[in-house]
Design a protein around this ligand. Structure first.
Ligand SMILES: C[S@@+](CC[C@H](N)C(=O)[O-])C[C@H]1O[C@@H](n2cnc3c(N)ncnc32)[C@H](O)[C@@H]1O
Length: 207
């Protein structure tokens, strides 16, 4: 396997990441993502290009394509199996790399990350915030587990693999031109569209 800087990257590039990609492929996940992104995108006019950081097999991007059929999609993903499936979709520019190594080559109207910041080594967050911010020419969206202060929790029996904090708040503190447009919560007991307990934050660069 490729050399990685953090144990969290090895974890997602390896067996755990392979099993995750095989396990999470349900059409119902895409349906729930359509429900979520219809709320987010209704607040973000004129999105013609999107980049997702850590997109796994593209279940968010598929949902976005349903909502914005002409959008240009890009994905950054570390796991080989997930990348194969992203490439098979045919209409996504795929960066097969760790987010930690990714260098922004073009700005998109929307740069987003969902369920990935929580799994990164907290020491790399500042550099990842910079990459997300630099990849957007207008909107930034963060969809993660929220906690007002940083905490670590066990993740499926693993230590050092799940962290919660106010990721969006930290981004807005770091980049004061990022203004909060809207935010919301997905509840795991939602009777129709199941998601984890995710909190989403849509921000816009307004200088
Ligand atoms: C919990 S999954 C979330 C997938 C997707 N964003 C979603 O909402 O369904 C985390 C994803 O991030 C990817 N990932 C984790 N660390 C990464 C890194 N350093 N660089 C690129 N991808 C990473 C994993 O391989 C996995 O596909």
């Amino acid at each position: 396997m490729k050399q990685f800087k953090t144990e969290q990257e090895k974890f997602w590039a390896g067996e755990f990441g392979n099993e995750y990609a095989s396990r999470n492929k349900d059409q119902e996940i895409v349906a729930a993502n359509i429900a979520l992104f219809s709320k987010i995108l209704s607040k973000a006019p004129q999105v013609n290009s999107v980049i997702e950081f850590g997109s796994n097999i593209g279940l968010n991007l598929r949902a976005i394509k349903q909502l914005l059929p002409n959008v240009e999609l890009s994905a950054i993903e570390i796991n080989d199996l997930a990348v194969k499936q992203l490439k098979a979709m045919g209409d996504i520019k795929v960066y097969h790399d760790s987010i930690l190594e990714f260098t922004t080559d073009a700005k998109r109207d929307l740069a987003f990350i969902k369920g990935v910041l929580i799994h990164l080594n907290p020491e790399v967050l500042q550099s990842v915030y910079e990459k997300i911010y630099q990849s957007s020419n207008r909107y930034v969206c963060v969809v993660e587990y929220y906690n007002p202060t940083p905490v670590e929790l066990p993740y499926r029996g693993h230590e050092g693999k799940l962290f919660k904090r106010d990721f969006a708040g930290e981004l807005m503190d770091k980049y004061p031109d990022l203004k909060l447009i809207d935010y919301g919560f997905c509840y795991y007991r939602d009777p129709v569209f199941l998601q984890d307990d995710l909190t989403w934050f849509l921000m816009e660069k307004r200088g």
